[in-house]
Design a protein around this ligand. Structure first.
Ligand code: URA
Ligand code: URA
Length: 201
């Protein structure tokens, strides 16, 4: 007899309930240095979800994801294919508290924070997940590898969504050339493909 199959699934929390718990989280040391938990923002019914690495300084100060320099570039990238960041997307990060000095979050920090992201995905049920940079790719799908090799193709996920990894906008700020073949140019191609599939949903 398989007891687990007879046990009803625990009720799924609402996005607001998940946020409430995350706002009080002290599970990992990142909580001690934060000004604000950066939970996520956007349309909770969006078909398209962007997942970044973690809050930077401006995000920590405002409690909002991707609002600093890199975030403004991400917003432009989204708008370049005619999508609205607020209406068409939900935006979150792998870790919800700022790592000191913007260092990459550790595996332990990502693991401690992952229930919040998994619950966000469960609530939002996006059809397309865009993994913004190498840390998000590793944190969400466990894939380590250069974005340059992995971007541009659809990846399977356990979430009933397909995923694509793109270069992180911070990386694009450091590699600003946009002629054919550059990371910026490739990101524009990737967004066109994302929009193409988005339009079929
Ligand atoms: N970089 C990220 O990965 N996420 C943010 O929210 C801001 C910058
Ligand atoms: N390394 C990353 O983590 N992200 C990029 O976008 C490029 C290199």
């Amino acid at each position: 007899m398989q007891l687990s199959l007879q046990t009803p699934p625990s009720p799924i929390k609402t996005l607001d309930q998940v946020r409430e718990v995350a706002l009080g989280c002290v599970k990992c040391p990142l909580s001690q240095g934060r000004t604000n938990v950066v939970f996520g923002m956007g349309n909770p019914h969006a078909k398209l979800m962007f997942i970044g690495e973690g809050p930077g300084q401006t995000e920590d100060e405002t409690g909002l994801p991707f609002v600093g320099r890199a975030g403004q570039l991400l917003t432009k990238i989204i708008e370049s294919v005619g999508l609205s960041r607020d209406n068409d997307c939900y935006i979150a990060n792998v870790v919800k508290c700022r790592p000191p000095g913007n260092r990459v979050p550790t595996d332990i920090e990502m693991a401690e924070c992952s229930p919040y992201l998994l619950e966000q995905i469960a609530c939002i049920q996006p059809k397309i997940i865009v993994l913004v940079g190498g840390t998000a790719l590793k944190g969400v799908l466990g894939i380590s590898g250069p974005i340059s090799k992995i971007r541009g193709r659809w990846l399977e996920t356990p979430f009933n969504a397909q995923a694509m990894a793109i270069f992180h906008p911070s990386y694009l700020l450091r590699n600003a050339a946009s002629v054919e073949g550059t990371p910026k140019w490739l990101t524009w191609l990737d967004m066109q493909e994302i929009k193409r599939v988005y339009d079929t949903l």
